[in-house]
Design a protein around this ligand. Structure first.
Ligand code: COA
Length: 334
């Protein structure tokens, strides 16, 4: 048995900044409402006509992660790519970046677990490394939301939250079983699948049906029961963080850095208060990037590392909750 450890981190954000004020010119919203409810000041949206997509942004973040790991693309044994906004209906983005990075014909797996996507992806990669099957795995989270959002007032409660971006890490074999990823914890509750969803196009409700519908069919825009999601998120985040701490005989005082999925600053603040954590024990960057779904945890982890907040032996807790519902946590001794 081995543990796995993160040996390289990278991120990529499209350059176009969309402020709350910019949104207020597209729809009936305002900076005060958005900041008060979500903490978001601005987000990045891919500029139309540029090359960026989920796969392209994922590849850009991956190049940085691989370079920082000191490895070469050829050293990667497997790819795990988390996204809910893939470039194609099929195949997934994993195979695209295998080609974009000029890698060997290694396996590539796509994960569809929305806001929990990166935590699920990390857990899958961790198992492959623990069993000895692979030595170095590229784990990517990327989302291109902006092209699929309803930018009219009708969509405002969802659209103001989401941003585009990508992050990636290289996970590698660690012989010391007290270092690296100590444990991962995953959950789902499918009875709430329709509380946060994009229902179509799906094979059940394919494009000709949408186009020929007599009534306005908006099922291709994201739907969210925001209040219900909020209430469930705060409970599940807390449970799954506690589960991870218990498993490793850690106390909340042992958390050096909690990196929650950047869903809503109010959710993160609620959890911080619940665990009695200081401001410097919880990392947030939703103010700058909004909710980037499967990319959010890995962008935040990368940024925290770039800011020098993560060093040898830092206890890092990752936690996520999202559509499905799905939720999970990862406990890391850096
Ligand atoms: N700008 C201005 N007003 C808006 C708005 C916007 N962008 N979006 C909604 N409103 C209005 C609503 O129409 C409503 O008006 P009404 O009272 O006249 O009907 C009012 O604001 C309150 O709407 P509501 O949806 O009840 O607001 P809320 O306080 O629940 O906040 C969310 C909405 C989405 C910010 C909040 O529910 C939330 O953050 N939920 C969790 C979302 C999340 O984390 N999602 C990702 C999960 S991983």
């Amino acid at each position: 048995m081995y543990n796995s450890k993160i040996i390289g981190l990278g991120k990529y954000l499209p350059e176009q900044v969309v402020t709350n004020h910019d949104l207020s010119e597209m729809m009936d919203t305002n900076d005060a409402w958005i900041q008060e409810r979500t903490g978001i000041k601005e987000r990045r949206w891919i500029r139309k006509g540029t090359e960026d997509t989920s796969a392209v942004m994922g590849a850009k973040a991956a190049r940085v992660a691989i370079e920082r790991s000191g490895l070469k693309p050829d050293d990667i044994d497997f790819i795990v790519f988390a996204t809910m906004t893939p470039d194609y209906y099929f195949p997934g983005c994993g195979v695209q970046i295998q080609d974009m990075l000029g890698m060997q014909t290694v396996g590539a797996l796509d994960i569809r677990n929305q806001c929990s996507g990166f935590v699920y992806a990390l857990s899958v990669a961790d198992q492959y490394i623990k069993t000895g099957m692979y030595r170095n795995i590229l784990v990517v989270g990327a989302e291109f939301h902006s092209n699929g959002l309803d930018k009219s007032t009708r969509g405002r409660s969802v659209t103001v939250i989401f941003g585009d971006g990508a992050g990636a890490c290289v996970l590698s074999r660690e012989k010391n079983l007290n270092k690296g990823i100590l444990s991962t914890h995953l959950h789902s509750e499918g009875k709430y699948a329709e509380k946060l969803t994009v229902k179509s196009p799906s094979i059940k409700h394919w494009i000709p049906e949408i186009l020929s519908s007599k009534e306005e069919d908006l099922s291709y825009f994201p739907y969210m029961d925001g209040t219900f999601v909020f209430k469930n998120a705060v409970v599940r985040f807390s449970e799954v963080i506690r589960e991870g701490l218990l498993k490793n005989k850690l106390d909340k005082e042992d958390i050096d850095l909690l990196i929650p999925h950047q869903a809503n600053l109010r959710i993160a603040q609620f959890i911080q208060k619940k665990f009695g954590l200081h401001d410097d024990q919880v990392f947030n960057n939703i103010m700058k990037y909004g909710n980037t779904t499967a990319a959010s945890v890995i962008i935040a982890l990368t940024e925290a590392w770039e800011q020098g907040l993560i060093k040898e032996n830092t206890n890092v807790v990752l936690a996520a909750f999202g559509s499905g519902f799905t939720w999970g946590s990862v406990i890391i001794k850096w």
